[in-house]
Design a protein around this ligand. Structure first.
Ligand SMILES: [Zn+2]
Length: 143
């Protein structure tokens, strides 16, 4: 294992080099000073998505839309699990309304759709919302 890795900032999306042995709670962005591991899900544009995809943390992606009832119900579950996995993965949300090209790129046919992206590659996909324990089980299989 290398002694440092790249993490994109959840606030300004600049890439940061992080020492592997640094306590994650202390890591701050060199550009904007925001915590690098806040344990929160956040919305990304296509460009911001690429910054996170091209860093070393796995991504858990939630494709959603404002008119989608199941997406609204799932949002707090995604948020809760994001907190639980703060050190291990980035939880990003892609609005299929504001980022239709990104949704098209991944051929998203229904929402919500969840996806795990590792080393720039999609490694798992799940159409439809999950409960918290189901989501954790799914993530443990794929992260
Ligand atoms: Zn930043």
């Amino acid at each position: 294992m290398s002694d440092q890795f790249i993490a994109a900032c959840p606030a300004c999306h600049k890439k940061n080099r992080v020492a592997a042995d640094k306590p994650r709670g202390e890591a701050k962005c060199g550009a904007c000073k925001s915590p690098l591991f806040p344990g929160k899900a956040f919305n990304v544009t296509a460009d911001e998505f690429r910054a996170h995809r091209d860093s070393d943390l796995p991504l858990v992606v939630d494709f959603w839309a404002s008119w989608c009832g199941p997406c609204q119900q799932f949002a707090p579950i995604f948020e809760q699990v994001a907190q639980q996995y703060a050190d291990k993965a980035r939880f990003v949300k892609v609005s299929t309304e504001t980022e239709p090209h990104l949704a098209q790129h991944f051929i998203i046919r229904s929402i919500p759709t969840l996806m795990v992206v590792k080393n720039g590659q999609e490694v798992a996909r799940q159409a439809g919302a999950m409960g918290p324990s189901q989501l954790v089980q799914w993530l443990n299989q794929h992260l």
